[in-house]
Design a binder for this molecule. Structure first.
Ligand code: COS
Length: 389
């Protein structure tokens, strides 16, 4: 049966209590619902409640604001577990753990933290990150959504695109231009915007290649008036840096999810190879199959080791942000290869939706695109190589 069994630990590490709880939750509650989420394009509300009870919405939020306060190394361990099942499940609370709360956590004023983090930690409020626009993707400093100063307020106009969890959001971290069009990143300000303000419209969810159950929509701001106190950190012009710092962590999260997905694809492929017989014996006995399993297992260990070590160095404040890009680049590209081999090992069955690898192959494709394409990661890495420090 696809999804059965416990993945082998390649390094024999002891698992933390929270990680074990998440592993159990993934195996016992989430994997059995994968097909339903795929069919219905929706994560059942009962599971969302269980996620809240487990504290998943508050994984990264400090205990003083009601979260679990995990460090990045612990977070990536938990994310490896979550990567083992459909990414749609992680998406439910992923913005609260990462890009939808981090701007407020890292750069917000104390009153902004108090106002949002406790409710983000419990899942009462969903946080969403609004950077991308119809004409602003890789060039994030080119934000066009306008924030016009007007007395004690700013008035927001513009469209944000492919915004994860927009339809469920209670608060958006919105990057908008307060400077001149030529001001690039220096003219971008981050606002914490209540999702229910007049003038905010949420578009219909996009139809996607994979990651069914995870929703992305347009968010349209039409004359949305926000108080000046909603500028994250209180100082205009800091929003681009807030977004970049947020994405550093988001990229490590994505890399960790890919590690989990690689493990799942490998487990599925190994199990299939041991039970599927051709030429009178299990295909696992053929060396061409073994070579694919060996390559995938090796890439998995490389990604896992790299992500964990980098997260630990981030916790100690000792990693350049380009290392998050190195992890995302390697892990997402490696998952692409591992998922492709898993389909190949399944033969025709790998193209059939009854087998988990068909979904994993489609789901994997997004990781090389969002939170910065592989080419953007290469650019960041190359800049670090050419002008270190
Ligand atoms: N942390 C802190 N500050 C950062 C930073 C980071 N990770 N990255 C850049 N900055 C700062 C720079 O130090 C620079 O500051 P100064 O002006 O004080 O020198 C400023 O931000 C501008 O940086 P830079 O010149 O590198 O900006 P660029 O316009 O050249 O763009 C890239 C940088 C391409 C790296 C950026 O636009 C990017 O990451 N694009 C991808 C966007 C993305 O991931 N989108 C996904 C959608 S969100 S799910």
């Amino acid at each position: 049966m696809p999804g059965e069994g416990v993945p082998k630990e390649l390094d024999g590490d002891e698992l933390s209590e929270i990680r074990l709880a998440v592993r159990r939750f993934v195996r016992e509650r989430l994997i059995p619902h994968e097909a339903q989420v795929e069919d219905e394009d929706e994560v059942p509300e009962a599971l969302v409640e269980e996620m809240k009870a487990l504290g998943l919405f508050g994984l990264s939020i400090p205990e003083s604001y009601g979260g679990l306060g995990l460090g990045l190394e612990e977070q990536v361990g938990v994310y490896e577990e979550l990567g083992y099942t459909s990414p749609a499940f992680r998406s439910v609370f992923g913005t609260n753990v990462g890009i939808g709360s981090l701007g407020i956590l890292l750069d917000g004023t104390e009153s902004q933290r108090q106002a949002y983090l406790p409710r983000l930690a419990t899942g009462e409020l969903v946080g969403s990150f609004a950077l991308t626009e119809p004409d602003v993707g890789s060039d994030a400093a080119a934000v066009r959504t306008r924030a016009r100063e007007d007395g004690d307020s700013y008035v927001l106009d513009g469209t944000k695109r492919y915004i994860t969890n927009a339809a469920r959001a209670g608060v958006f971290t919105v990057m908008a231009r307060t400077g001149s069009p030529a001001s690039r990143g220096d003219g971008v300000t981050a606002f914490a915007v209540d999702a229910h303000l007049p003038g905010i419209e949420i578009g219909a969810p996009e139809r996607k290649m994979g990651q069914r159950g995870a929703k992305v929509c347009d968010v349209i701001f039409d004359g949305v008036r926000v108080p000046k106190s909603s500028i994250i950190g209180g100082v205009p012009g800091q929003g681009f840096k807030t977004a970049m710092k947020t994405l550093d962590v988001g990229r490590l999260h994505v890399a960790a999810l890919c590690v989990g997905a690689m493990q799942r694809a490998l487990d599925e492929a190994a199990r299939f190879a041991q039970t599927r017989e051709q030429f009178g014996r299990p295909i696992a006995e053929f060396q061409l199959i073994q070579a694919m399993l060996a390559d995938s297992s090796t890439e998995l260990l490389a990604a896992k080791t790299m992500v964990r070590a980098t997260a630990a160095r981030f916790d100690r404040g000792k990693a350049p942000s380009a290392d998050a890009s190195r992890c995302k680049l390697f892990a997402t590209e490696a998952l692409g290869r591992v998922a492709d081999r898993a389909v190949q090992i399944h033969g025709g069955a790998g193209y059939i939706a009854d087998y988990a690898v068909e979904r994993i192959y489609r789901d994997a494709r997004l990781f090389r695109l969002y939170e910065g394409t592989s080419q953007i990661q290469q650019l960041i890495i190359a800049r670090d190589v050419l002008s270190p420090g």
